[in-house]
Design a protein. Sequence first.
Length: 175
Amino acid sequence: MPNIPSFEDAKRAIKGRIPEHIQRRIPRNLDEFVEKIPYVDRVNRVAEKLPKVIGPKTHAIIDYAVAGSFLTMGAMCLRSHKRAAVGSFICGGAAITNSLLTNYPGGVAHVISLETHRKIDVGLAAATAFMPRLLGFSGERPAWFFRAQSGAETVVAGLTDFDSGTKVEDVEAAA
């Protein structure tokens, strides 16, 4: 049986190998990670100005629809445009993971708060806008889908009232 090193052993082994200028670029927490995503400041400015008219339950339904549209687009592009398919699967996977882990109606694991979900949504909208450029198809036809999705994600995040009914119990009591 092979001797597989632990995660801590692996961290110790590579600690001295990563140059300092690279270590400074590695985010230490979620807020720092989201700040490093291109376009996130623009997305956040737009989202903050919108009226808050969507509740957590509706937001959850929209989140699953967004994830489904990414996965559908990925399947549709699989043969014709591999890079767009990969980008769609990445964004769809991130969207569905964010939804499944959130403490709101429709969430399964209830690991992250609605406020953290909002931060991830903003980061995901920015990452979605950046995906065609990152994967090298910004001037090609499938890029429109990512731009449209980014805009839709920004609007949904901006219209959602993340402060009302942030606990599943509050939403169930109101129903």
